[in-house]
Write a protein that binds this ligand. Sequence first.
Ligand SMILES: Nc1nc2c(ncn2[C@@H]2O[C@H](COP(=O)(O)OP(=O)(O)OP(=O)(O)O)[C@@H](O)[C@H]2O)c(=O)[nH]1
Ligand SMILES: [Mg+2]
Length: 322
Amino acid sequence: MRFGTVALVGRSNVGKSTFLNAALGERLAIVSSLPQTTRDSLLGVAHRPDAQIAFIDTPGLHRPRSELGRRMNAAAVDAARSADVVLMMTDVPGGESTAEAIERDRPVLALLPEGRPVLLVVNKVDLLKDKSRLLPLLDAYGAQHPFAELLPVSVRNADGVDRVLAAIACRLPEGSAGYDADTLTNRPTTFFVREYVREQILQSARREVPHSVAVSVDAVDEGPRVLVVKATIHVEKEGQLRILVGKGGEQIKRIGTGARLRLEELLGRQVHLELFVRISARWKDVPRQLAELGYDTPASADIDRHFAEAPGPRRTSKARKK
Ligand SMILES: Nc1nc2c(ncn2[C@@H]2O[C@H](COP(=O)(O)OP(=O)(O)OP(=O)(O)O)[C@@H](O)[C@H]2O)c(=O)[nH]1
Ligand SMILES: [Mg+2]
């Protein structure tokens, strides 16, 4: 039997959480097409006949613009530091050249440990029109770090996931299992209440709203038949509150129903979810509020300096004139 921890690290939106769910065969982590979906590390344990793999999904590394962002980056760094194996995920370049793609991944490459196996997983190969670009891309990444293996996959099409799991399993330390055979995660129900409510908002709201939102759980009541949960959605501004509540409360109702169904699927029991919305201006930068909202990994400036050096998004001259 082999057992060990595997940190899933990479830029935002490359498909780390989608991969975690595919590896577990369970929609544990939240996924969306927006960047910075994952805000906290999440343990998910995959049980295989030959190995138990404790995955730690992490927030995508990004240029932080708030204390929350710095804490998210720190959570990824922490996971990479302590894992037995690191899985660096990237995706196939869209319009950019191979060299530009590698530049974008520079902060991720900078945190890879020496002396421990690191696998490079290149996701979304389904989007690659010109398949002849794949080998040069893998070669270029291979020159950046002594990766144990370079694995192209399409997690969405379940293409290559098993190969990645086998490549991980054979590199984990020999020993007894670290978790019971039925352990899926160590996060409590309240974590998933917060995540699944946020997932509904990520999937339905627009512009800055999804990133202005945090969720706290006010009460969980273990009734005999139904789990009763009360949670509050925190927003930064009045306008965001209005958007989330929607006309006649339609929108908040949809969010609540979607999150409830996800919770019922995970917990295998009936859930009654009541949602409230309140304004908590600047929650993303106030350490006490961040801790209360569950984002308590202390920031480490270490990783953020890599973004300070890289050029950030620029406003166009047209936008400046406005
Ligand atoms: N085309 C394609 N899209 C994919 C694939 N895997 C994931 N995606 C999509 O990529 C988007 C981002 O997926 P996530 O799993 O949330 O990405 P992430 O790396 O966890 O992102 P953060 O949590 O923000 O760091 C979602 O819209 C997924 O459906 C794939 O193999 N092919
Ligand atoms: Mg994620």
